[in-house]
Design a protein around this ligand. Structure first.
Ligand code: URA
Length: 218
């Protein structure tokens, strides 16, 4: 994405911008000393054309493995469907060093540290927005941002300065972000809750990924 100066892409693993998340990390370090327990860096190459933005690491998923969506139920939906659409290769083995590779895709989160009860608060999204903006700035070929859920949708609009009223979150919707020459595509989050309740099905998510791929050529 053009128009911003790249400074830093990733918060320090021990980032301490959010008191609540810091406190939770300390609890988890005691409880799960073998877990990653830090700000989880993005996964995939910076020269990708597609950025997938989730909400935040899961306690026993990305917070354990240190890679977004890895060992999270949400990753069991996301990664195989990316692979079925030739946007990933290798075996998704639910660990960081499984050799699984993304193709033309990078995956990140609106908030990079695991939140208590899997819920982020506005201040945390705002604090972490600095890193999200840097992420976009450091992706020279970025064309499409696929947001998983409303938190990621709103995080992108606010860091790029668009009015939420003009871009309502709607599953399957595709918005042009004119000022930045980017597409914003909305999907329900691939969470276990959404799948179990039928809000999102594997087929619906596959359709979204196909829409993302088709948008690359437009
Ligand atoms: N794991 C992540 O890394 N992000 C999410 O949004 C959910 C699970």
């Amino acid at each position: 994405m053009k128009g911003f100066v790249m400074s830093f892409i990733c918060p320090d693993k021990n980032c301490n911008k959010c008191p609540r998340l810091l406190e939770f990390r300390e609890v988890n370090k005691d409880k799960f000393p073998c877990y990653y327990n830090g700000a989880v860096p993005s996964f995939g190459e910076l020269n990708a054309e597609i950025l997938v933005v989730g909400m935040a690491p899961g306690l026993n998923g990305a917070n354990q493995t240190g890679r977004p969506f890895t060992n999270d139920y949400a990753g069991d939906v996301l990664y195989p469907i990316l692979k079925n659409n030739d946007l990933a290769k290798g075996t998704y083995g639910k660990i960081k060093n499984d050799g699984f590779e993304l193709i033309n895709v990078r995956v990140t989160n609106a908030v990079r540290c695991v939140p208590p009860q899997n819920k982020v608060i506005g201040e945390e999204v705002k604090n972490c927005g600095v890193f999200l903006l840097d992420e976009l700035s450091a992706m020279p070929n970025l064309k499409i941002i696929l947001v998983l859920g409303g938190v990621a949708h709103n995080a992108i609009l606010s860091i790029l300065g668009y009015r939420k009223a003009d871009f309502k979150f709607k599953h399957g919707e595709k918005y042009k972000l004119d000022k930045h020459n980017l597409w914003l595509i909305d999907s329900y989050h691939t969470s276990r809750y959404n799948i179990n309740t039928g809000v999102l099905t594997f087929e619906m998510f596959d359709e979204v990924i196909k829409k993302v791929k088709n948008s690359l050529t437009k």
